[in-house]
Design a protein around this ligand. Structure first.
Ligand code: KG4
Ligand code: ZN
Length: 341
């Protein structure tokens, strides 16, 4: 018997995503984004994102069905992001998914967005090994997950205590006067600079912090250190060496993320790392992860960037895994959980 055809719906932040997956095959992945509407505010405005999802949801769904040449009746199951994320945006996707489940009589699975960022890698690199480590890094999350089974056995080893990695880049971007989102601009500048020019702090890496927060991250002290460094230069009227600041800052973030990832693999005897989330586009993280994983004999799996930013494919992939694992569908009265663990 062929694998079920799973419709995935994502709306936790500013991307409206609809995708169809059968097994590990992606049939279509349709995404609409409201990111440009938020740019002038320098951050996501939940109310604007909710309205944009409401307007984009049905057209994005229709487009996906049309491209895949599939009618609603042939879908076997529906998966939707139930959390974490912004309440208003999540509610739009969950309402749409419930309406579809009720109309078609097909089972509905409310799924965890952060786990979806790891699950999507199956569509690119195939079946997962028995156990692996997933590092999910984006503008909203920085989590390290120990995965025994992507559908039923995911444990969070650590996460950020303050800013997410992408968020830290965007905040430093703002203080360097770069356009929003600053992440990609810092990445580009960093490639021209010297990562050893300024020694910025590595959060939660002291012996004391390691004991309590071995796999947690903290980037707000680093952001403050960059701000102080910039203020000191500006106070004496010196021009800012943007490339060196960017390279040194990006190196500090990539150093902590990769060092803790490798340490977690060694501690738990894991030989595969999956990196997901929009921040995995970052060149400094990619380069350092590739180097350190190779040195440690660890297989590194990073999907192409279009799978790493928010999309419906990651939600459909996780839904398909839950069906394969025999997980029971959600009841149709489940709510959204903005801070889902
Ligand atoms: O996953 P994503 O598209 O949206 C969230 O769910 O947050 O991630 C976007 C985040 C933003 O903070 C953006 O600045 C950052 O990832 N980002 C980058 C790069 N590309 C995106 N940060 C650093 N370097 C990049 N190349
Ligand atoms: Zn995300």
């Amino acid at each position: 018997m062929s694998e079920p055809l799973v419709l995935g719906i994502e709306s936790s932040c500013d991307e409206t995503g609809v995708a169809l997956v059968r097994g590990n095959d992606l049939l279509v992945d349709s995404v609409a984004s409201s990111v440009e509407e938020h740019a002038r505010f320098g951050g996501i405005i939940p109310e604007i994102a909710s309205r944009a999802h409401l307007e984009a949801m049905v057209p994005t769904l229709s487009r996906a069905l049309q491209i895949a040449d599939v009618d609603l009746g042939s879908i076997d199951a529906i998966a939707v992001t139930a959390g974490p994320g912004l309440v208003g945006p999540l509610t739009v996707g969950v309402s749409a998914a419930k309406a579809l489940a009720l109309a078609t009589g097909k089972p509905l699975y409310g799924v965890n967005h952060v786990i979806g960022h790891a699950a999507v890698d199956q569509l690119v690199h195939g079946e997962f090994p028995e156990r692996f480590l997933a590092l999910v890094v984006s503008g909203g999350h920085s989590s390290m997950l120990l995965v025994d089974d992507i559908a039923t056995g995911v444990r969070e080893l650590g996460s950020t205590l303050d800013d997410a990695a992408g968020e830290a880049f965007d905040k430093v971007g703002r203080l360097l006067g770069l356009p929003y989102p600053g992440g990609p601009h810092i990445d580009r500048l960093a490639r021209e600079g010297d990562p050893a020019a300024i020694r910025f702090p590595r959060g939660l890496t002291s012996a004391k912090d390691q004991a309590a927060h071995a796999y947690d991250f903290s980037f707000s002290g680093l952001k403050t250190a960059v701000a102080r460094w910039v203020e000191a230069r500006e106070a004496v009227g010196q021009e800012l060496p943007l490339a060196d600041i960017s390279a040194s800052f990006a190196a500090a973030v990539a150093d902590v993320l990769t060092a803790k990832t490798i340490a977690a693999c060694e501690r738990h005897g894991l030989d595969t790392v999956v990196i997901g989330g929009g921040f995995s586009a970052n060149s400094q993280l990619r380069d350092m992860a590739a180097l350190r994983c190779a040195e440690a004999g660890i297989t590194l799996r990073v999907p192409p960037i279009r799978y790493c930013t928010d999309n419906g494919a990651m939600i459909a992939a996780l839904g398909a895994s839950m069906i394969r694992a025999g997980v029971a569908p959600s009841r149709l009265d489940f709510g959204v959980d903005s801070s889902m663990p």
